[in-house]
Design a protein around this ligand. Structure first.
Ligand code: HEM
Length: 179
């Protein structure tokens, strides 16, 4: 039987914590943007925006930790039983997810800085992104790109979950590396 080596504990904890946050962010983001587009303002819409900004900014901060962790702690190598082309596909998808998980919140943060709409939950303000001017037209362009990136990220995550489930069904031990 192939010996399976798990990811370090801190890496696994961060993975599942961020997965939960992103699962919340995407539906909250779509709902609040829909409500705003239909002119439905009020306490609920504001609450959704406030939480979205706070959770999204936390994802950005956690990504800094995650990138440092990826560079410093080596993840376990793939077993030789996994074909080379699948190892390459997994590596490429994981790197793309990292890039999108940095760019998507950065664009959201830049958008709320330009708008400006930095207030979040309980009156807590996010810092303004350095060098981003206050300019509503720029903010709207940044939000449009942020939305497109977030949806692309959602599609990539569906692919990522599909691959993970395949490993779970195949019982090849790869799913357990992240448990
Ligand atoms: C990984 C992190 C993030 C994900 C996955 C994400 C996801 C989304 C999604 C799916 C939407 C809806 C797009 C649409 O339907 O048009 C959205 C909108 C939005 N996001 Fe994020 N977001 C993230 C981080 C952030 C951050 C850090 C901020 C600000 C600090 C932010 C601020 C906003 C704002 C203001 C909107 C609404 C834009 C509009 O009304 O047009 N997001 N986000």
């Amino acid at each position: 039987m192939t010996q399976i080596q798990k990811y370090p504990l801190a890496w696994r904890l961060l993975h599942w914590l961020m997965a939960l946050m992103i699962f919340a962010l995407i539906p909250i983001g779509i709902t609040m943007a829909e409500r705003a587009e239909h002119g439905i303002w009020g306490a609920l819409t504001n609450t959704l925006y406030n939480w979205h900004k706070l959770i999204g900014f936390t994802v950005l901060l956690l990504m800094v930790v995650r990138v440092v962790m990826k560079v410093w702690l080596k993840g376990p190598a793939y077993p030789d039983t996994l074909p080379r082309h699948l190892q390459l596909a997994a590596h490429s998808l994981h790197h793309l997810l990292y890039v999108m998980l940095v760019l998507t919140p950065l664009l959201g943060w830049a958008g709320v800085t330009a708008y400006p709409a930095l207030v979040t939950v309980a009156g807590y303000y996010l810092p303004a992104m350095p060098f981003v001017p206050v300019d509503e037209a720029l903010a709207n362009r940044l939000f449009a790109i942020h939305g497109a990136f977030a949806i692309t990220l959602g599609v990539l995550i569906v692919g990522h979950i599909g691959a993970a489930l395949k490993h779970l069904i195949d019982k090849d031990g790869l799913f357990r590396r992240m448990l």
